[in-house]
Design a protein around this ligand. Structure first.
Ligand SMILES: [Zn+2]
Ligand SMILES: [Zn+2]
Length: 343
């Protein structure tokens, strides 16, 4: 969070953290669902699935998830956000207990990002629609270990819709007992939509892909750690080659606005909650890796800049490769030194 910009400039990286957290923690398709089983690469043990996309996808890397979603959440569950850390059932199987926190985090996001690209593009549109017309946004990226930052109009973002041919992996989530199945990479071609940003006067130079984790760990952002992608186009093109055998980025459809996506009313609520959290950013900070607010215990503070917060050491570690490029001296101290004449 950069308090220098106060209310006038949105920080795209921070907004992305908040939008993703508010979206994933309340996703209707997986609300209150607990992970029952992960199948990779073999078949499920607890259910027999006959979905052809799954049974016939022997050749490419595949991972499948079975979730149990309560038909009616208990009162205690109702307001509880869904998180990677509470995705396991009360008595997990031995296989589930072996999963690392990072694996749980990947699977959590992989499931919530099925068909996620149009939802996330629409969500950002709803969010920006809540601000005045000439609201500016600060875009921060790191390329070849060099940080870059520019400010542009939020309304000048573009929607980039492309085709990916022969996805390199398949993932499937099956939600019981309703038995709804979501698949990523099950067709020879898939649509993928992301957001494009550009410094004033130039072509699209930066991509924001909020549903990148649908492709698993290759969709992790900066240095393979973060939970969304915000990076220069050149890096994003390399990434597309990991998603699929071919892409048509250079023939992508570019547009200014998009029609409402599935779950539109819920996405509007997510946008409103995100706006409130952005507004309260000084009093209620969030984790610089996962976007979580403090829940009971205060978040840990970056000891160098005092201006970034984290749930725990793991999340601080995950965010550090990006944050270190923007971890400046404490702002309060700078101001103090301006007032105090050096003797
Ligand atoms: Zn966190
Ligand atoms: Zn810092």
């Amino acid at each position: 969070m950069d308090h220098n910009y106060a209310d006038t400039v949105l920080d795209l990286h921070d907004i992305a953290l908040l939008l993703n957290y508010e979206r994933a923690s309340t996703e209707p398709r997986f609300r209150h669902a607990k992970l029952r089983e992960v199948a990779s690469p073999g078949d499920f043990k607890t259910v027999r699935l006959l979905t052809p996309a799954w049974t016939e996808a022997g050749a490419i890397p595949r991972v499948g998830f079975i979730f149990d979603k309560p038909l009616k959440p208990t009162r205690a569950e109702k307001d509880e956000p869904d998180l990677p850390t509470n995705m396991l059932p009360a008595s997990p199987s031995a296989d589930l207990r072996k999963l690392t926190p990072k694996e749980l985090e990947t699977y959590f996001w992989q499931a919530r990002n099925h068909d996620g690209c149009y939802r996330t593009v629409t969500l950002l549109q709803h969010f920006i629609d809540l601000f005045p017309e000439f609201t500016r946004v600060r875009v921060r990226t790191v390329e070849n270990n060099t940080p870059r930052s520019y400010t542009t109009l939020a309304n000048e973002r573009l929607i980039v819709e492309m085709k990916l041919a022969n996805p390199r992996s398949l993932s499937m989530s099956c939600v019981l007992p309703v038995n709804t199945t979501y698949i990523t990479g099950g067709e020879p071609t898939m649509d993928h939509a992301v957001l494009g940003f550009s410094a004033p006067g130039s072509d699209i130079d930066t991509i924001l892909d909020l549903s990148s984790l649908q492709f698993g760990d290759v969709g992790r952002g900066h240095k393979g750690r973060s939970l969304f992608v915000l990076e220069p186009v050149s890096q994003y093109l390399d990434r597309l080659n990991k998603y699929a055998e071919r892409h048509n980025y250079y023939q992508a459809k570019i547009s200014i606005r998009i029609n409402d996506a599935l779950d539109n009313e819920w996405l509007k609520e997510v946008a409103l909650r995100t706006k409130l959290r952005w507004h309260n950013r000084v009093t209620d900070p969030w984790c610089g890796h996962c976007g979580a607010p403090s829940r009971g215990e205060p978040l840990k503070r970056c000891s160098k800049c005092q201006n970034a917060y984290y749930c725990n050491g793991d999340h601080q570690h995950a965010a550090w490769t990006f944050h270190k490029h923007f971890c400046n001296e404490p702002k309060a101290k700078n101001r103090l030194s301006l007032k105090t004449p050096s003797s």
